[in-house]
Design a binder for this molecule. Structure first.
Ligand code: AMP
Length: 545
């Protein structure tokens, strides 16, 4: 460490409020770089290293880089440039990852969409992001013809070029790298835009602790529409590791998947706890499991902990760029979300902020806030919501913590400096790792003919997490629940369509007039909820992957 960086650390530490938790300050991880730089550096350093494996197809870093260059050049020829947001809708596999890299190399940002996203939702997101077009394939493109946007298919983008290769110009680390849409409580998904510099810093920051290396074989299971996929894909590109992509049938089979991971020598697994809990086989080749995206049960750690296998719990909302904190988990120790990653910070405020922000002392429970270079600028085109959740940090120490993001998570910083996550201040829930605002489903339901009052609840019936919609029909209208399910299926991703619709004559209410959600949580249902949890990305009962 140079004497000037040491002096800077001393200066920062001197002014940090004692109730604020800062991760290690490592300015060298904050660089003026973009995602494409990371991939290109690795392709130069290790051209023959295998980057991607899918079934019997292997692609080296050199081949990945060259294929992405070809497609990027075609996108640049079509007018795609830095600052623009381009849709990305493809089935899982190597071509999806080549196209993602191509958008990065063209200098644009991608807006990833799950393979099972309804076309109407795709249209809403592309419109909201003012996307000029979408990268897709011949198979999917017929469903997008009425979008009124450019459709770039892999088949066209990968045809050999007659013109010289074009490369990006004018791309800065402040330009957007990707936009992820998450459920929005007001009935419309909200877009979170993350910069090139923000995501590159995150990759370096998290891997400074995780330690994924070039010799690792990393499972690629997450949908690219979920930001934990960056931990798999782009940390691997950063260090030159090999990604092993499971075919869809295998990824959705919790019995076959662990056997395949073991047979293929996978050493690193990033997963939501719900997925790991479904595995009933050990995976001897694993040296590192990174859990995240939802609360991790202690019993799961006890089941998997063994010498030679590191288990981590990473925590963070999309708004703070993938993850903000990390804990090393050990058997028979309480599960926490640990302490901030390098250059991130965490603090707890009183949830009521009408009279300004009040910092809570260590040990007290309040709303968790995050600071650091990963905090996004805000929600695309939503200044009101942005102003509510992204605030000036009154306790800034100057260490890239000028702004803070209010997570809506209830938490406490223990005296030993570890953070305990204790639930939510609002109606946001996680269902098998997917983030859902119950209010968005309620809004969409309330727009359906015959629906009067509605409340959607996440319940655990018979060990299975289910969304249940409670509905009082309007003026005694007759509602066919099959029709409702079909209507919602056209507007919402499968994981947001309730497993069960319960019709009732009256909604239970508190004396204040508010819906009594606690009563709905325990109210017996007239028919058993449907569906069972299984692994896979294309059915309503999948886990986030
Ligand atoms: P997402 O933006 O989809 O990553 O969801 C972020 C939210 O998921 C957080 O605000 C938490 O409510 C929850 N979450 C993410 N990681 C964890 C974790 N490791 N433990 C507990 N909750 C988590």
């Amino acid at each position: 460490m140079t004497s000037s960086s040491l002096a800077r650390i001393v200066e920062i530490v001197a002014v940090v409020h004692p109730d604020i938790l800062l991760g290690p300050i490592q300015p060298e991880l904050i660089r003026n770089e973009v995602l494409a730089d990371l991939l290109e550096d690795t392709a130069r350093r290790s051209p023959d290293q295998i980057a991607l494996i899918f079934a019997d197809r292997c692609v080296t870093y050199k081949e990945l880089n060259q294929a992405a260059d070809r497609a990027a050049s075609a996108l640049i020829d079509a007018g795609v440039k830095p600052g623009q947001i381009v849709g990305l809708w493809l089935p899982r596999g190597i071509d999806l990852l080549i196209m993602q890299a191509a958008i990065a190399k063209a200098g644009a940002a991608w807006l990833p969409l799950d393979a099972d996203t309804p076309v109407e939702r795709i249209a809403v997101c592309l419109e909201d992001a003012s996307a000029p077009g979408i990268v897709t394939c011949a198979l999917f493109s017929s469903r997008l013809e009425n979008l009124g946007r450019h459709l770039w298919t892999i088949e066209n983008l990968l045809t050999p070029l007659e013109t010289p290769l074009q490369s990006r110009t004018g791309l800065l680390s402040t330009h957007p790298a990707y936009v992820i849409y998450t459920s929005g409580s007001t009935g419309k998904p909200k877009g979170i835009e993350i910069t090139q510099g923000g995501i590159c810093h995150f990759l370096r920051s998290e891997n400074a602790v995780l330690g994924v290396r070039g010799s690792d074989r990393v499972y690629q299971g997450f949908s690219v529409a979920f930001d934990m996929s960056f931990e798999e894909i782009w940390i691997s590109y950063l260090v030159g590791a090999t990604l092993w992509i499971a075919p869809k049938e295998l990824a959705s089979d919790p019995e076959a998947l662990p056997l395949a991971l073991a047979a293929n020598g996978v050493t690193v697994l990033h997963a939501v706890p719900t997925l790991l809990a479904l595995f009933n086989q050990d995976i001897p080749s694993l040296r590192l499991i990174n859990l995240g995206g939802e609360m991790c049960p202690e019993a799961l750690v006890n089941r998997w902990a063994k010498p030679g296998l590191q288990i981590f719990n990473t925590y963070g909302p999309t708004e703070a760029t993938v993850s903000a904190s990390l804990a090393a988990l050990r058997a028979n120790e309480p599960v926490t979300i640990g302490s901030p990653l390098p250059n991130y910070g965490m603090l707890i405020i009183h949830p009521a902020t009408e009279n300004g922000l009040t910092l809570m002392p260590r040990g007290d429970t309040g709303e968790l806030c995050i600071t650091g270079p990963g905090v996004a600028a805000g929600y695309l085109g939503r200044p009101d919501l942005t102003a509510e959740k992204f605030l000036v940090n009154p306790w800034s120490s100057g260490a890239h913590d000028g702004r803070l993001y209010r997570t809506g998570d209830l938490a406490r910083i223990d005296t030993d400096g570890r953070v305990q996550c204790l639930g939510r201040t609002d109606d946001q829930v996680k269902i098998r790792g997917f983030r859902v605002e119950l209010g968005e489903i309620e809004e969409v339901l309330a727009r359906q003919p015959g629906v009067g009052t509605v409340a959607v609840i996440l319940r655990n019936d018979d060990g299975i997490d289910q969304l249940i919609a409670f509905i009082v029909p309007e003026n005694g209208a007759t509602i066919a629940t099959g029709t409702l399910r079909a209507a919602l299926g056209k507007l919402l991703p499968p994981y947001m369509v309730p497993g069960f619709f319960e019709l009732m004559s009256e909604m239970p209410r508190l004396t204040s007039g508010k819906i009594d959600r606690k009563a709905l949580k325990i109210r017996p249902l007239t028919v058993s909820p449907v569906g069972t949890a299984s692994v896979g990305s294309d059915t309503a009962e999948t886990v986030a992957e």
